[in-house]
Ligand binder design. Sequence first.
Ligand SMILES: [Zn+2]
Length: 298
Amino acid sequence: MNLPVFNLLPNEHLLSWLVRSYKLSGNSSFLNFQNKLGIHDRHLCSNLVFTQALKRIIYQIEEPGNVIKYHTNIPIWQIATGRVLDNGNLNSLSHANEARHFGFGFDTSWHSCRKCRQYDLDKYGTTYWHTSHQLPSVFECYKYHCMLEKGVKPIENLLKEVLPHQVIAWEPVQSHMFKELKYWQCFVFKINKISHDQPTLVASIQSQFFEVFGLDLNYGTDYRRESAICELDFQCFESFLGPELIKYIFRNYTDLTLGGRRNLLDVISIDPICFSFTRNPVYWIALAYWQRANLNFD
Ligand SMILES: [Zn+2]
């Protein structure tokens, strides 16, 4: 069955469209509506892109290319997968369990902004969840540059079929501002733009990075040697980003109870989970931010 992706609004996230489609469908239950589309996913979260729901919709639509590009945040995930993504290779991808190491310091619920809500209500008669508001770790609107907001009772999962105008109370996603945060966000937006315009370049960041550090991607290599290299550079990474920014990106980064797992380089380059599950792009964006001069992203 080809799914008519009717009425996708500008920059609307595909899962937001799913919620709106349900509301317009006359179906009595969101779960029944999804079941009819062959979707049995219970995690309609803003920071997950390789989910059954998204893959299922993408595979059922006639021209998935533009939908992937403008209605999902899959493009920026190419920095994490290390390869260019299209509808032909999404099926093999799944998410790493992010709670395992650092945890995210930034809010991961669904975000919106006051100005977009007002504009969308006036122009389209509804609000919706924008794709670019959900980019990992950004705190300002891509369009109006005002602070993004989250529900006081955060909307973690759109399974609750909530659109922005139905959220009762909002609060800013970030209350404490510092200048490094602006630089960081600029870099995230930059990587996102490159991931749209030059996907091959973004997908090559991992191999460029390993080359700069002389790390070997092949398995069966000497882990102790790789670990030693990571150990040397780890403190340099920490001091470059600074404690405030690290805490903003990775909540548990400096938590000593995580012991030997604190070394981000170690985890990214050696931990075998990287090869079967994809980590959130912020890990690689943070490494690229640190090494942006060597990677020609300055
Ligand atoms: Zn906005």
